[in-house]
Every structure is written in C-alpha cells, then in structure tokens.
Write a new protein. Structure first.
Length: 233
C-alpha cells in the first residue's frame, strides 16, 4: 500500500441511473466536429472529426452549479451524447465496439469559445479552451443493458428556449467508429468517458442561465451557471 505525502484527491465519478453505485472516471475523451451543421456554423467544411481531452475531475454532477469560468467572455454550451466504457480494449473493430460500452448519458462540453478560436488561429492545442475546471457536466449513466443509443433526439434549452436540436444518428462517426478510432490511439479502460460531439446551435452563456439538455431515453441534464470566478488577491 502506497503512503502519500498528503491524501490523494477523491476519484471523480458519475451517477448511474437506478443504482446507488457510481461510475469511477478514468479519462474524458472528446470528439470535435462530428455533426455537419455544427462544423458549418464554426466556419469549416466537414472533414475528419478530431479528438481532444478534458481532465477526469472536470466532471460535474447533474443539478450542480457551474461557476462562470475565468479568462473568457464567450463561454459556450455543447450538448453531447456521452459514452461510458466498461471493458478495456485496443484496436477495437467497429463490429465489436459496443461490447465495450458500459452505458450512455447526456453531457455538456463546456467551452471557452474565444480561447478556442485563438488557439485554432495560431495552430495551438485546445486544452485551455476545453479542459478547464467544471467543464464536463454529465447526467446519470443509463447502462447499455437498457439498449444502445444509435438514434434519438438530442436537444439543449437555455432559459427554457430551445437552442440545439438534432438526432444522434446524424453524427459523422457513430459510436462504434468513434471507439474504433480512439482505441487505435489509446488503450481504452473501464472508467473512460467519451463526449461524442455537438450539433449546431451552440452559443454564449451568462451567469444565472439555466440549462436543460437531453437525449431521448436518458436522464435530462440540468445545470445553472454561477457567478464569474474572481481571481484571488
Ligand atoms: Mn464538443
């Protein structure tokens, strides 16, 4: 048993619908540019989706307020289908990919859009735009035994106004192809979450905004945006 110089931080985890047990989060992978209408609203043409990551401790439970983050004045929501991995694998063929899925949830890939635009313009990585504190709200996971999510309405409301609406069947890479591509780059492990990309309709948030987002058959994700983080000192 290791002895630590101070207690390690608590393992990040996500709720499981209908269970008191929790899903321990290992890594958070994200797919960008996976819906054609969102790629066009970002000013590009559909090509290959991209991968990026968020830290595991960026997860935020359903109903918990997210502070408006520092260093941005263009803080965006992105409703996404989240795929939770329950079985390890490398180089997983698409036909076997769903065997590795533990379950599914609605998630929000919160983004500092101004920092992302600056990074894109300079050819820099997206970490500070995507992988910040509290950037990954996730509702309860629905285990795959209740069915895999291959289609269904995906939507996001801000202050009760519908902003995003599409169908997860419109993803350029479906879940099996995301898992196949990602497992060629990394060994997937139980505890990995994969945010699968957002459709069109992203936009800016303000402190006090109330978000509701969902995917047919999955728990609705409810998030409020808290006050701006003020730098100490
Ligand atoms: Mn996204």
């Amino acid at each position: 048993m290791s002895r630590f110089v101070f207690p390690p931080t608590e393992a990040p985890s996500v709720a499981i619908a209908g269970s008191t047990e929790r899903f321990p989060v290992h890594r958070i992978y994200c797919v960008g540019l996976n819906y054609s209408d969102h790629i066009r609203e970002m000013g590009s043409e559909p090509g290959s989706p991209v991968f990026f990551m968020k830290p595991a401790d960026a997860v935020v439970a359903n109903g918990v307020a997210v502070p408006y983050p520092p260093a941005t004045s263009n803080f965006h929501y992105e409703i996404e289908l989240v795929v939770a991995i329950g079985r390890a694998g490398r180089d997983i063929p698409p036909a076997r990919a769903l065997e590795h899925v533990f379950g599914y949830a609605a998630g929000n890939d919160l983004t500092r859009r101004d920092l992302q635009a600056a990074a894109k313009a300079r050819g820099q990585p997206w970490d500070i735009a995507k992988g910040f504190d509290y950037s990954a709200p996730v509702a309860a996971l629905r285990p795959a035994g209740a069915g895999h999510v291959v289609s269904g309405r995906i939507w996001m409301k801000v202050n009760a106004e519908l902003r995003q609406e599409s169908d997860v069947s419109r993803m350029l890479w479906d879940v099996p192809h995301i898992i196949a591509a990602l497992s060629g780059l990394y060994e997937l492990l139980p505890g990995d979450l994969i945010f699968s990309g957002t459709p069109a309709g992203v936009g800016a948030l303000q402190p006090g905004d109330v978000l509701e987002g969902g995917i047919d058959g999955l728990e609705v994700l409810r998030t409020t945006i808290g006050p701006r983080v003020v730098a100490a000192g």
